[in-house]
Design a protein around this ligand. Structure first.
Ligand code: SAH
Length: 239
């Protein structure tokens, strides 16, 4: 475990996730949306880069929903987060489910970047940037952690009236998909802003994808509409 004091973290955000940590693997809990979108995002990542045999880092892994699934595709996965309870849950799940080749560690992206630069073929950082004080710093750390020619994937929430209505009013107040206060509008990130952070960090945007939700069927699907939830696939220049 890492005992340096990370700066780029909001303790209230970690507390929110820690409080719910025992429910990470309950597919009907607050984490249902993440369980539902998991096969979609995993499929999209693998369209860009097949994961089998790759060294993958998952930044802000939480209970390990994506990290575990990537390991099951044959990747060698390290999941990092700063919420201790979530990491314990992730580790316990890996033990119980006998997931091969997945490890978890409490360390910030920035600290790991100083320790293991250029060590990962693929870095994923999903639904995390909107919870940190300085997302550009996380993007820079991810760029440092990935090998030249490697891939970095981000997903977050767009910032516009529609995303406010769907991701906060709809998801937290009308449909009760997420606990109230899960997301803060001011921390949402426009795709142009995220692309800017990427470019400044030496990551070229290769593809983007949106995610849509139908509350009647309770289903998610990938689309080209990036107005609410979206992901970017980026790549570091070859050495
Ligand atoms: N990436 C996972 C979990 C998303 S929830 C998934 O998509 O399934 C957001 C996660 O970000 C939580 O686990 C929270 O603990 C973590 N987090 C918040 N701030 C963080 C920080 N500064 N460093 C690392 N993880 C952080």
């Amino acid at each position: 475990m890492d005992h340096t004091t990370p700066q780029n973290v909001d303790p209230a955000e970690l507390a929110k996730f820690s409080e719910l940590a025992h429910r990470w693997w309950d597919t009907e809990s607050e984490f249902r949306p993440l369980h539902q979108i998991n096969p979609l995002r995993l499929g999209w990542i693998q369209q860009q880069v097949p994961l089998a045999g790759r060294r993958v880092l998952d930044v802000g892994c939480g209970g390990g929903i994506l990290a575990d699934a990537m390991a099951r595709q044959g990747a060698q996965v390290l999941g990092i987060d700063l919420a201790t309870k979530s990491l314990k849950v992730a580790q316990l799940h890996a033990l119980e489910a006998e997931t091969p080749n997945v490890q978890y560690r409490e360390v910030s992206a920035e600290a790991l970047a100083a320790e293991q630069p250029g060590q990962f073929d693929v870095v994923t950082c999903m639904e995390m940037l909107e919870h940190v004080p300085d997302p550009a710093s996380i993007v820079r750390a991810c760029a440092t952690l990935v090998k030249p020619d490697g891939w970095v994937f981000f997903s977050t929430l767009n910032r516009n009236p529609k995303s406010f209505l769907f991701a906060i009013v709809g998801a937290e107040y009308v449909l009760n998909l997420l606990p109230k206060g899960t997301h803060e509008y001011a921390k949402f990130i426009k795709p142009s802003e995220l692309a800017g952070y990427c470019r400044q960090a030496g990551l070229d945007v290769q593809a983007s994808k949106g995610m849509e939700y139908n509350p009647l069927t309770r289903r998610y699907w990938l689309s080209n509409d990036t107005s609410v939830n979206y992901a970017l696939a980026t790549r570091k220049a070859a050495a």
